[in-house]
Design a protein around this ligand. Structure first.
Ligand code: C2E
Ligand code: MG
Ligand code: MG
Length: 584
């Protein structure tokens, strides 16, 4: 085993460091104590002095400066308590209690009655510093609990992702070797769905306890730091070695620990997980890359679905040749302002325009279109999706806001927003900026999200959705039926519209049971108080059927393909002129 500087203490130090606020430097304490000593000495000198001084032409008794120095010494004591809390309070009390008999003796022995106000001043300062200390103690306790929460996962008590990032930063700073492992529990969702979230949380706690015990036992021969990222995702940082075999052996130990039977409330669970890992500094020494690499290895191993459940990162995992090429094209498109968009109309069953869905378009070097089905996933993987989402929103909103008669229109603009983009901290800020720049009203904007948002991080997602709703925008659940939504998720999202995926509409032509399935989704949407739109409607038969089973809106080639901005302007001219809408 390679010997490194890392040990358990190092990890604890990192955790302590991030859970403590920055301390005021000790030198300030010494400075204040010194200033106090000087001021107090000056009080004693000036109180006894009988001479006079001339200041700016005015003759003053030296003793009249006593009050100034006395106030200065009191200020020093108050500052000590404010800045150094307990230590400052103890020192202030000690100094005040030394001071007190001194003043008293001065009055009694020397019959110096001019010092009587000093007694009151001493008592008042003692009361003041006590009040300040007690008040600040409550604040300190509160701050400590907040800081603790900021680095700890609420359900399992394990360090959270932020704590892991801080530890890695320290390790990189100290040039230490380590592996970052991303872990995802397989089929965990089915426990939540069948046994409820409380049982799910208990299972997560049991996994956390097992792994924490293993990490603390040092049985793996490495120094391990285990934490929870979110949902059923955990991470592991393995230090104290640089060898590939040791990393693999340690991950195997965590895998075995998990795969032992878990019993909760008399039910047995047999869990497995996928592990994707990357090493520092071999693969990268940049934290963002390390996260990206270990996550990519994890996704790859999950995709395989069988065989080994542990995969080490390699560059083929990150980018296949084709993806690299598409990434290059997206970047060049974005940097040269060549991102395009189409708008696809949505109608009610009476063929009245409901609104438009904005769809990104991108041209290849030879002028042909690249399908969003190809470039959207690459944009999501490479983090370029935010710029596409916003670019499309910006262009579509300015077009619709600048149409003649725009102020008389009330149709909606639906925009697709990827989960990754929606979860960004500045998402709302970006949306507000586009709204204020284009002047397109928020109550006519509909944000399309997919069900996967609730799987990734339900709590934060719901919070973000609330923010969107508060601004007056609408929420649509896109591609409904293709994800893994449970009814409880669906019920908890305050959405306005359910979009049935084209795949279900296509199948309606095949069998009666498929028609019933669509009918059931529509009823379900209505029970939940949502409107329902069917995507990808192409034939008259489908349209008739959807009418018969009570679908509210349709979006499909039958009444409107995605259109260029020019075609949209023409369509709106006919809408304004009250002509029948037939865009094709
Ligand atoms: P989506 O949001 O479900 O959009 C509907 C897709 O179905 C569009 O494909 C549309 O052209 C297609 N479609 C609608 N009606 C019919 C029909 O009757 N027949 C057929 N064959 N297709 C129909 P498109 O434009 O290729 O977009 C595919 C997906 O890419 C979108 O699915 C959406 O998930 C994603 N996407 C497109 N633009 C953006 C964007 O700006 N941001 C994000 N995050 N995703 C986008
Ligand atoms: Mg959509
Ligand atoms: Mg869709």
């Amino acid at each position: 085993m390679v010997k490194t500087k890392t040990d358990k203490g190092n990890i604890k130090n990192t955790l302590r460091k991030i859970s403590l606020k920055r301390e005021t430097p000790k030198s300030a304490f010494i400075l204040l104590a010194l200033l106090y000593a000087i001021s107090y000495y000056m009080v004693v000198i000036t109180a006894k002095a009988h001479g006079t001084v001339v200041l700016f032409g005015v003759t003053l008794d030296i003793s009249s400066f006593t009050g100034v120095f006395s106030s200065l010494s009191n200020i020093c004591l108050i500052c000590m308590v404010l800045l150094f809390r307990k230590a400052g309070f103890i020192l202030a009390l000690a100094l005040l209690s030394i001071q007190f008999p001194g003043i008293l003796m001065n009055i009694i022995r020397l019959r110096n009655y001019r010092n009587i106000p000093g007694i009151f001043s001493n008592i008042l300062v003692t009361i003041s510093v006590t009040i300040i200390y007690l008040g600040s103690r409550r604040i300190t306790l509160y701050q400590n609990s907040i800081r603790e929460q900021a680095v700890t996962d609420r359900i399992t008590g394990l360090p959270n992702r932020f704590a892991g990032g801080e530890l890695m930063q320290d390790l990189i700073k100290n040039s230490e070797k380590f592996a970052l492992v991303s872990i995802d529990i397989n089929n965990f969702k089915s426990i939540n769905d069948t046994m409820g979230h409380e049982t799910g949380d208990n299972v997560l706690r049991e996994i956390a306890d097992r792994w924490r015990t293993l990490a603390d036992s040092h049985k793996t021969g490495t120094t391990d730091f285990v934490g929870r990222t979110s949902g059923d995702e955990f991470y592991l940082i393995i230090t104290g070695t640089g060898s590939s075999e040791a990393y693999k052996k340690t991950i195997d130990a965590y895998k075995d620990e998990l795969e032992r039977k878990i019993t909760i409330d008399d039910c047995d669970y047999y869990l497995t997980a996928c592990f994707g890992y990357t090493t520092c500094p071999d693969d990268s020494d940049v934290i963002e890359n390390l996260y990206l690499f270990s996550d990519s290895a994890l996704h790859e191993v999950k995709k395989k679905g069988s065989g080994s459940r542990i995969l080490r990162f390699n560059h083929s995992v990150l980018n296949s040749e084709k993806d690299l090429e598409i990434e290059r094209k997206i970047r060049s498109c974005l940097s040269s302002g060549k991102l395009l968009f189409n708008l696809q109309p949505q109608y009610d069953l009476e063929h009245n325009l409901r609104g438009f869905e904005a769809l990104a378009r991108m041209k290849d070097d030879d002028g042909s279109y690249i399908s969003p089905v190809e470039f959207i996933p690459v944009a999501e993987k490479t983090g370029l999706i935010d710029r596409i989402d916003l670019g499309v929103f910006e262009m579509a909103a300015s077009l619709l806001a600048s149409l003649p008669n725009a102020e008389n229109h009330d149709f909606l603009l639906s925009i697709n927003v990827s989960v990754r983009h929606l979860m960004k901290n500045n998402f709302m800020e970006e949306i507000r900026r586009v709204i204020s720049e284009t002047g397109f009203p928020p109550h006519r904007i509909e944000i399309e999200i997919t069900e996967s948002i609730m799987i990734d991080s339900a709590e934060k997602a719901l919070w973000r959705i609330e923010e969107i709703k508060k601004m007056g925008m609408k929420i649509a659940i896109d591609d409904f039926g293709t994800g893994y939504s449970s009814l409880s998720y669906l019920n908890s999202i305050p959405s306005d519209l359910l979009k049935i995926d084209k795949a279900f509409i296509d199948k309606m032509d095949d069998s009666d049971s498929s028609k019933q399935y669509v009918s059931m989704i529509i009823s379900l949407g209505h029970i939940l108080g949502l409107k329902v739109i069917s995507e990808g409607v192409e034939s008259q038969e489908q349209l008739d059927e959807l009418k018969a089973i009570g679908c509210d809106y349709i979006q499909g080639y039958i009444w409107g393909k995605p259109m260029s901005p020019e075609k949209v302007s023409k369509l709106m001219e006919s809408v304004d002129a009250g002509q029948p809408v037939n865009p094709q």
